[in-house]
Design a protein around this ligand. Structure first.
Ligand SMILES: O=c1[nH]c(=O)c2[nH]c(=O)[nH]c2[nH]1
Length: 305
């Protein structure tokens, strides 16, 4: 191709945000799984862009229907397993599909308690926290990323911040007792191969990793949000050998002590103003020495360093 000629670069396409609610009703005690699924294919689709030739374009409508068909035939089970089955289907069925990206958010529902008993088929959405997963297939390699977002946590003490450099623009007062609050977005990458074989209990892994992150937030006496985040990542990597690395993005949701002196009142850490912006934004990758990096696994997870 002569220099300067216009050509097609990287591309992917599919159906975004397929809202899927799967009810399992084998018994009177129903189960629900509530997901938002995105399917995107990569491969040899050049002529669709350059010539309008759709001979190889697996319609985005077909991709959406496959999500619903597979939910009926295979169930969901876990977002990681469902996305892997979906992705492998497209790669195995269509010779020109070499890979793609399959992503899901999962929303949690709890049973409503009636007279102290969990109801069989009535549910209440639990919290704003969202479970996330991305499966990326590149030929023979399958990368599984999992995570959570909008997981808002707060500790009312056990957090300090001091020892930072001061210049003429520094007004922040050092503190040995403050509120630490954040909304955790975390992604972790499972080691390729560590979770193969179909026997992986993705739901157990997710629950264990989530618990570890939250317990670390609670347990660690924080000297900075940075330190708390690193300790959460360290705890996950130490407890879960299947995890290759973890990325976190955490806004520091500042809570400022209100000055009550004009009203003749003391305020020993009791009344705060919860500011919504600006906020500190701390992002980090916590990784294992010697673990091969996988930049292609992260290529379509935006907003992380
Ligand atoms: O935990 C914190 N990390 C910072 O980097 C920072 N900067 C700041 O003003 N407050 C805080 N708190």
């Amino acid at each position: 191709m002569p220099p300067g000629e216009i050509r097609l670069g990287a591309n992917q396409y599919g159906k975004a945000e397929v809202r899927l609610v799967r009810v399992t009703r084998d018994t009177a005690v129903h189960e629900i799984e509530d997901l938002n699924v995105t399917s995107q294919l990569r491969g040899d689709f050049t002529t669709a862009y350059t010539e309008g030739d759709n001979a190889s374009v697996v319609a985005t409508d077909t991709q959406k229907n496959t999500v619903y068909g597979f939910a009926k035939e295979h169930g969901v089970g876990s977002p990681e397993a469902f996305l892997t089955t979906l992705g492998r289907h497209f790669v195995d069925e269509f010779a020109w599909v070499s890979g793609g990206r399959w992503a899901a958010e999962q929303y949690a529902w709890e049973r409503i308690a009636v007279d102290g008993q969990p109801h069989d088929h009535a549910f209440v959405r639990s919290g704003r926290e969202v479970r996330t997963a991305v499966v990326q297939i590149h030929g023979d390699t399958t990368h599984v990323l999992a995570g959570l977002q909008d997981c808002t946590v707060l500790k009312s003490t056990g957090s300090e911040f001091h020892g930072f450099p001061r210049d003429r623009f520094t007004t922040l007062v050092e503190t040995d007792d403050r509120i630490l609050a954040t909304s955790i977005t975390a992604w972790w990458r499972y080691r390729p191969g560590a979770t193969d074989g179909g026997g992986t209990d993705w739901n157990d892994l997710y629950a264990g990793i989530r618990d570890t992150i939250l317990a670390t937030f609670a347990r660690v006496h924080s000297l900075a949000l940075q330190q708390t985040m690193f300790e959460a990542g360290r705890a996950v990597l130490e407890a879960f050998p299947a995890v290759a690395e973890m990325k976190m993005s955490c806004p520091n949701k500042h809570h400022f002590l209100v000055d009550l002196e004009p009203f003749g009142l003391e305020n020993p850490g009791e009344v705060f103003y919860a500011a919504d912006r600006p906020y500190g934004l701390i992002e980090a990758t916590i990784e294992r020495e010697g673990e091969p990096a996988a930049p292609e696994a992260w290529a379509t997870v935006p907003g992380f360093c």
